[in-house]
Design a protein around this ligand. Structure first.
Ligand code: UGA
Length: 476
């Protein structure tokens, strides 16, 4: 893909304020999912970019043209831009300070070990490591997902650590990329949000995104920009993820109602989704949401609301979380039911059964297993005594690192061989389009749990499998 280079000042810039820099040099601090993708894609948009991380191994890997995560399309763009000399990586903050005009903070904000809130240690470390080295005017832009109030706190941190006589401003611009679609989401965002306090910061952000606007213009698209204060920009991200999580838990709550009443949640979701006000996206019932974002963000959002005296407003998010967790237990209930084992107060005893789990990642098209429903369910099944064989097309290495004690199979067929039960827990195409007849030839018991309602149920039933979906009646 050849993209136009960032060039003259953005047409969207207010005419009264002179553009400070036509094409600022950008650093992306933290080269995890977010920072690596942004650094690589902004180099592709024509910027000179420096990726910064304290993890020397990650930096060495990126510098040699290898993306340490699985994200479709990213490897090729990395190699092209490293070769073109637009993209470099470093562990040296002094180099970053010398190089950059706009510094994007992209470090992780995981759930705190001692509570539901976000751990801001990495944000603090990034800011306090960079700022003392700055020697000319610069803009620090927060991209990490943070609790409301963080940008103002970062401003104070900057004030404390900035060398005398150097002016440094702060802005906040949340990101909305989805794993598996990250390259598209960065190059062609559906909106940009700029939380700014000055016209200069606004101008710099426009200049730092000129490549995004230019690409949109060549494709006859528009990229809406919402300019706001700090607090609103921070809240946009938590609000968006809370809404998405709520939508998923809503349909999973409907799945519970369907299970109790004999209705089919897939048909129900289709029928309500035709209403544009509801929309059909994010209405797929199944094992619930996972990943590094939705679960931790709804918890951090609640914790922060509590701190600022608005806890009641988000009490429903606790329910959203509980509905989500119940879906994981539901798979164990279905397993007990299919294997004809009683479900006592401590759950079922699944000793003596071999269960094939297909899927470890939290969704397809990624190798990410963080807070993965598939992996959590696998752990539960193993804890209840089952001998579990796990297979995933891309997530094996990460799953093995996180759960070294599980048994891993080399292929889908290996996992299913001699299994009494098959659980499809990530909707990879390899599983969705697997041949149920061929798998029936190697399994010991023809029982399948479709954790994402992603299999062709009549096909599996016709091949002799006893099928259980999520929120769906058992086939006759
Ligand atoms: C999510 C948001 O979608 C992004 O907009 C956001 O930028 C990102 O978090 C973030 O905060 O950085 P992501 O975690 O990559 O992106 O994954 P999603 O595609 O949102 O899926 C989250 C989970 O919900 C997955 O486990 C998925 O299987 C599940 N899901 C999704 C459902 O169970 N049902 C659905 O209908 C949709």
């Amino acid at each position: 893909m050849n993209l136009p280079q960032a060039s003259s000042a953005s047409p969207a810039a207010p005419a009264t304020v002179p553009t400070p820099l036509v094409r600022p040099r950008l650093t992306f601090i933290g080269t995890g999912y977010l920072g690596a993708t942004y650094a690589i894609c902004f180099a592709e948009l024509g910027y000179e970019v420096l990726g910064v991380d304290v993890d020397a191994q990650k930096i060495a890997s990126l510098a040699s043209g290898r993306v340490p995560i699985h994200e479709p399309g990213l490897d090729e763009i990395l190699r092209r831009n490293v070769a073109a000399g637009r993209l470099r990586f470093t562990t040296d903050y002094a180099e970053a300070a010398e190089f950059g005009d706009v510094h994007f903070i992209c470090v992780g904000t995981p759930q705190r070990a001692d509570g539901l809130g976000a751990d801001l240690t990495y944000v603090e470390a990034a800011v306090t490591s960079l700022v003392p080295h700055l020697s000319r005017k610069a803009l620090i832009v927060g991209k990490s997902t943070v609790p409301v109030g963080t940008a103002a706190w970062v401003e104070q941190l900057v004030g404390k650590h900035v060398p005398t006589g150097v002016e440094v401003e702060v802005a906040w611009s949340p990101e909305f990329l989805q794993e598996g679609f990250a390259v598209e989401d960065v190059l062609r965002p559906n909106r940009l949000v700029f939380g700014v306090r000055s016209a200069w910061a606004h101008q710099m952000l426009l200049a730092a995104h000129k490549g995004v606007f230019d690409l949109a213009t060549t494709e006859d698209r528009e990229v809406p920009v919402v300019i706001s204060d700090f607090a609103t920009a921070e809240l946009v991200k938590h609000a968006a993820n809370a809404f998405l999580a709520t939508k998923i838990s809503f349909i999973n709550a409907m799945a519970e109602i369907c299970e109790a009443s004999g209705a089919d949640v897939s048909q129900l979701a289709r029928a309500i989704g035709y209403d544009d006000r509801i929309g059909k996206k994010f209405l797929r019932a199944g094992v619930g949401f996972g990943g590094a974002c939705l679960p931790k963000d709804i918890r951090a959002f609640q914790a922060r609301a509590q701190e600022i005296g608005a806890g009641e407003a988000l009490r429903f998010l606790h329910e959203v979380d509980l509905i989500n967790q119940r879906r994981r237990t539901r798979v164990v209930q279905l397993a007990a039911d299919l294997l004809d084992r009683p479900y006592g107060p401590a759950g079922p005893d699944l000793t003596g059964f071999r269960i094939a789990v297909l899927g470890a990642t939290f969704k397809p098209a990624t190798d990410d297993v963080r807070d993965s429903p598939a992996l959590a369910i696998t752990r539960k099944l193993a804890r209840h005594g089952a001998q579990v064989a796990l297979y995933d097309p891309k997530g094996m290495a990460n799953a093995q690192r996180e759960q070294p004690d599980l048994e891993y199979a080399d292929s889908m067929v290996d996992a299913v061989t001699d299994a009494d039960l098959v659980c499809v827990l990530t909707a990879w195409e390899e599983f969705r389009y697997a041949d149920p007849k061929a798998l029936a030839g190697v399994a010991r018991g023809l029982r399948v749990i479709d954790g994402l309602n992603c299999l062709d149920q009549p096909l599996w039933t016709a091949a002799g499998w006893e099928y259980r979906g999520m929120g769906r009646p058992n086939p006759a």
